[in-house]
Write a protein that binds this ligand. Structure first.
Ligand code: MTE
Length: 329
């Protein structure tokens, strides 16, 4: 997202295609899925229960069953698996979109621990295999809008972030949640580049973290998370720019003060703490009014309009009532 990359990206920005027979097919598949007729894997949870087992140390490509939560299915065509897994931002593996898919094989997603700590009554270090059993795994199809002007539609698998927060029993001092991700130079070649102040860290206000849309994510497209998408566990916050969705989490910390975050430390005038998707607030160096859908919109396709809160206003606008969203960008 630094200067040189954004320049490159904004040269090739594009947008909305007409409905094609392919789009129609994808749409029909989505409707069937929403009706519970199939999941991304074609597997259905037993009595609504997910039956995930993630015991293999090398979880690569392992199937992960989940039940589609029809309340959270975006009505857009799902982005192809190939694009979701080969066009990534994961600076710990390099700054090019193709770098994570090439380099992230050195990440070891098993064994993996996540420490839940800070202003809570129940501090606990979870094993990744405990996390996936905290609640039935759900498949949810979310739009992801990157601050750089592109977007995707991704069938994630996870549990509500609120499930782990409830168990932590936050004290009255817990006003924010901080998300800290792995920074291990032996697994992550990109750490030798001091472009960001590692470890990558992000944060949410407590009520944002408790919103039902916020997903603690362990899979996509019916499989465990590929390394380049943040294995073995990440957050997904679909109404905010993609950089809020921190990958490969090792710590969830409850704090009283608004935490520092990697991108706002890097460029405070460009990346705010809230970072809600907002077509009315430009990035200082480019407009945020439109976007290009990866894998779908071509170079000559007219741009598609970016939606306020990425289209999730009904669920989240109330969190920001009375706030000046230009000042709190
Ligand atoms: N998490 C970490 N640890 N490191 C990163 O560089 N990039 C962010 C976010 N999470 C990033 C990260 C950005 S800019 C985006 S757009 C999304 O991850 C991309 O997620 P995806 O590759 O699964 O689409």
């Amino acid at each position: 997202m630094g200067m040189k990359h954004t320049r490159q990206l904004f040269g090739d920005d594009i947008a909305r295609s007409e409905i094609t027979p392919r789009a129609f097919f994808e749409n029909r598949r989505r409707v069937l899925r929403a009706a519970g007729a199939l999941t991304a894997t074609g597997l259905i949870g037993v009595n609504g229960e997910a039956f995930a087992t993630m015991t293999s140390p090398d979880a690569k490509g392992q199937k992960l069953a989940a039940t589609t939560n029809t309340k959270f299915v975006a009505l857009d065509k799902v982005t192809p698996f190939k694009d979701i897994t080969s066009y990534n931002n994961f600076y710990e593996f390099g700054t090019d979109k193709a770098d994570p898919a090439h380099n992230a094989h050195t990440l070891r997603p098993r064994p993996w621990k996540i420490s839940v700590e800070g202003e809570i009554k129940n501090a606990k270090v979870y094993d990744i295999d405990e996390i996936v059993k905290l609640a039935p795994l759900e498949e949810r199809i979310y739009r992801l809008r990157c601050v750089e002007g592109w977007s995707m539609v991704i069938p994630w698998i996870g549990i509500p972030l609120s499930e782990i927060i409830k168990r932590a029993q936050p004290t009255g001092n817990a006003k924010y949640v901080q998300f800290i991700t792995l920074a291990d130079p032996s697994q992550m070649p990109g750490l030798s580049d001091p472009i960001l102040d590692w470890p990558y860290s992000e944060g949410l206000r407590m009520d944002e973290a408790m919103n039902p849309l916020a997903l603690l994510t362990v899979g996509l497209y019916g499989e465990v998370l590929p390394n380049q998408n943040g294995a073995p566990v990440r957050i997904v916050v679909p109404w905010k720019y993609g950089f809020k969705s921190a990958k490969s989490l090792v710590k969830i910390r409850f704090v009283e003060q608004q935490p520092k975050t990697s991108w706002s430390e890097y460029a405070p005038k460009e990346y705010g703490f809230y970072s809600n998707v907002n077509p009315n607030v430009d990035h200082p160096r480019w407009s945020q009014a439109t976007e290009r859908r990866i894998g779908e919109d071509g170079f000559f396709t007219p741009k598609r309009k970016t939606l306020m809160f990425n289209g999730y206003g009904d669920q989240v606008a109330s969190l920001y009532r009375g706030m000046d969203l230009k000042a709190n960008f």
